[in-house]
Design a protein around this ligand. Structure first.
Ligand code: UD1
Ligand code: MG
Length: 449
């Protein structure tokens, strides 16, 4: 069966430079949810000259038809009509992402069994403002748009969802009889309905047909889709589901606990028995089992093996690969780094373009100086290396297994295994120096400290 998705509109009410169908909802563009609901159909998308290429890239399995001028929803359907071969076809607005594919399939069944020329999916809304109203007259059913409705019609709460099943043959017979709206000059698809016979309606829950025309409606729809995504994870604990943001493609293992304000985006996969604490943001990453991510950590395009501990306030930038039992503490930033099993960088450190072996201890304030103003250089650190506090490793540089780098050292040349590298100025303590200094200053300034 053919299904036509209308996506060529100008999105004026969205007040955005981006067409509303591309606004992001839980990690996917708004239109994705409509396409997903229609996965059992042969999909046609009505695009405009500005968005058709982007739509083609997103949905290469769909047939894209271009509506050159936005002359209304009926004009949009006409752009695909010659390509429709099934005896019945569906039309769905691209801005209605909460629809349920099974309702559309049920509407099809009604059309076929009742030999109806049109089945409309409708809903009853407490506040029907902005939607076309379903008006029953002696002659039959018709739809009246908000802009054209009388005060009496505006009181009707049953609305047109923008989802229709049409009998193809009947549609083609009447589609050219519709006159442009006197208010807007557009050709309205709902006006076709008034010209067809034996119209049936399928009333569905109001929450399934919310249309997105404004940013406020986008937020409302996003909240409902987010809720549906969280409902998939019946073996994961969300401490406060209302403040948890999990994208459509995310996978999470059982018994993982997610605290408030966590945002998990993109294609992230989280293992079992993990704890992800408040305010952490994880994007396109793979996290193993039993990993503890402490508050306010940011993890991007990284891979973390089982039993690691991260944060609080850690930043794992792209291509950070952590083996099992690694600990990354507060104010540690990593980027393009491989860290071997059991290694630790617990405080205030930058590790970039580096490879660290197993059981390495990285002291507080260590920096891999990877950038020379032209290119990134690599630091290689062997197994069981101990790096004291406040060490700079000026790359490219290698530190052999079991070496020890003394605190405060600037490493500028390779260190052999088991060696101590130390680059500090030797310490001297000058006895009673402070006493002499104070005396001299007080005599000079004529006042006590
Ligand atoms: C439309 C219906 C209204 C219904 C509501 C449900 C019309 C005239 N009205 O109103 O009865 O209650 O949806 O949400 O259809 N589009 C095109 N080409 C155009 C114009 C629009 O492709 O020339 C597309 C838009 O991108 C959008 C869809 O058609 O996805 C509906 O257009 P929109 O402007 O949102 O119509 P509504 O005012 O919401
Ligand atoms: Mg709309």
């Amino acid at each position: 069966m053919d299904a036509v998705i209308l996506a060529a509109g100008k999105s004026t009410r969205m007040k955005s430079k981006t067409s509303k169908i591309f606004h992001e909802v839980c990690g996917r563009p708004l239109i994705f949810y409509v396409v997903e609901a229609l996965k059992n159909f042969k999909i046609h998308i009505i695009a405009n000259p500005l968005n058709h290429e982007h739509l083609k890239n997103l949905f290469n399995f769909a047939k894209i038809h271009i509506q050159n001028q936005q002359k209304g929803t009926l004009d949009a359907v006409k752009c695909a009509i010659d390509d429709i071969s099934s005896p019945y076809f569906a039309v769905v607005n691209a801005d209605t992402p909460l629809i349920d594919g099974s309702d559309i399939e049920a509407a099809f069944e009604i059309a076929k069994t009742e030999n109806s020329e049109c089945v409309l999916i409708t809903a009853v809304l407490d506040d029907p403002y902005g939607y076309g109203r379903i008006v029953q007259t002696k002659e039959g059913l018709k739809i009246v748009e908000e802009k054209e409705a009388t005060e009496e019609i505006k009181k009707i709460k049953e609305i047109n969802s923008g989802i229709y099943i049409f009998k193809t043959e009947s549609f083609k017979k009447v589609m050219n009889l519709v006159k442009p709206s006197q208010t807007t000059g557009e050709l309205y698809l709902p006006d076709v309905v008034g010209l067809l016979k034996n119209i049936k309606t399928l009333k569905v829950n109001a929450r399934k047909i919310l249309g997105v025309n404004t940013k406020k409606q986008l937020a409302e729809v996003r909240r409902i889709i987010q809720q549906r995504i969280l409902d998939r994870f019946d073996d994961v604990s969300f401490v406060d589901p209302d403040s948890t943001y999990i994208n459509y493609d995310v996978k999470i293992g059982s018994d993982t606990i997610i605290f408030p304000g966590v945002n998990i985006r993109g294609n992230t996969k989280i293992g079992r028995d993990c704890i992800i604490e408040n305010g952490s943001v994880i994007e396109n990453s793979i996290i193993g089992d039993n990993v503890h991510i402490k508050p306010y950590s940011v993890i991007e395009e990284s891979c973390i093996a089982n039993n690691c501990q991260i944060g609080p306030f850690a930043h794992l930038r792209p291509l950070s690969r952590l083996s099992e039992n690694v600990r990354i503490g507060n104010f540690v930033e990593t980027k393009k780094v491989e860290i071997g099993k059991g290694s630790k960088a617990s405080h205030l450190t930058y590790l970039g373009d580096a490879k660290l072996g197993e059981d390495v201890n990285v002291g507080c304030g260590t920096i891999t100086c990877n950038y020379d103003g032209y290119q990134k250089n690599e630091t290689i650190i062997g197994d069981r290396v101990f790096i004291g506090s406040d060490v700079q490793l000026v790359a490219p540089v290698k530190v052999g297994d079991d070496a020890l780098i003394a605190a405060g050292t600037t490493v500028t040349k390779d260190v052999e295994p088991f060696a101590l590298a130390i680059s500090r100025v030797p310490q001297t303590n000058k006895k009673d120096w402070v006493k002499k200094y104070r005396k001299a200053m007080e005599e000079k300034l004529g006042k006590k400290r």
